[in-house]
Design a protein around this ligand. Structure first.
Ligand code: NAP
Length: 207
């Protein structure tokens, strides 16, 4: 529920972060404020279940870029929980582990892109995941929310405590566009933190 003050409200920022950019950071900050979260744990996906590894930077590179991007915010933490896991990263395993670590009283909010949440019915153990956490679906400006609304009706029984849509204008920035820009020699500065920009250049990522 929005605007409810508690000590045990944690956001899980799930994503491939290939690479992390200002859209992700603004999303996390906005969720922190709107949902009165105590902290946001960024969890870069180790081996995304639905992607071919050849197309993404290594898990370690994506983890380090996430650490660089979030270093100055004391409410942001980065977890290696999926990076260190062998095999595919399933959200159900991550959420179960966080519940075990932090206890049953914790309110968990899984924050990710609306397009990713639309695929939730294809995820492992969907029924269990939705009992363990609530969802914050971040959308880009102009996003057609009707499919998310349909999902809210179907899967969450219109329960607004279980899924919220959050429009984030900064999500006009996208990882796909950043990778495309690098490939075609166009500038990427001001789309992502300078440290992440320098990391990409230093390691020759996405060329
Ligand atoms: P994706 O398909 O690469 O991303 C879908 C859209 O959401 C893209 O537009 C993406 O923009 C945006 N997005 C991704 N993460 C975001 C975030 N944290 N905040 C705001 N926008 C975000 O999705 P993904 O990154 O691979 O997966 C998202 C999460 O869902 C991950 O935690 C993943 O592990 C989980 N997931 C779990 C399963 C499963 O358990 N079976 C299956 C699929 C996904 P950018 O490209 O700009 O980031």
């Amino acid at each position: 529920m929005k605007n409810k003050k508690q000590d045990n409200r944690v956001g899980i920022m799930g994503g491939t972060f290939n690479p992390i950019h200002y859209g992700h950071l603004v999303t996390a900050q906005e969720a922190l404020k709107q949902f009165n979260l105590n902290k946001v744990i960024f969890i870069p996906t180790g081996e995304p279940p639905h992607k071919t590894l050849a197309k993404i930077a290594s898990a370690e590179d994506r983890y380090l870029m996430t650490v660089i991007a979030t270093a100055s915010n004391s409410n942001f933490i980065v977890s290696r929980i999926e990076i260190d896991k062998k095999g595919k990263s399933y959200t159900i395993d991550t959420v179960r582990e966080l519940r075990k670590k932090y206890g049953k009283e914790l309110s968990l909010y899984f924050i990710t892109g609306a397009d990713a949440i639309l695929e939730i019915l294809t995820w492992k153990n969907t029924e269990e995941i939705i009992t363990l956490c609530s969802f914050i679906a971040a959308t880009r400006p102009g996003y057609n929310i009707s499919r998310i609304e349909d999902l809210t009706k179907k899967l969450f029984n219109n329960n607004e405590d279980k899924i919220s849509i959050m429009e984030v204008p900064a999500l006009a920035i996208s990882s796909t566009d950043i990778r495309y820009r690098i490939k075609s020699g166009r500038p990427i500065n001001y789309l992502l933190p300078e440290g992440v920009c320098n990391y990409i250049l230093k390691h020759g990522l996405y060329k």
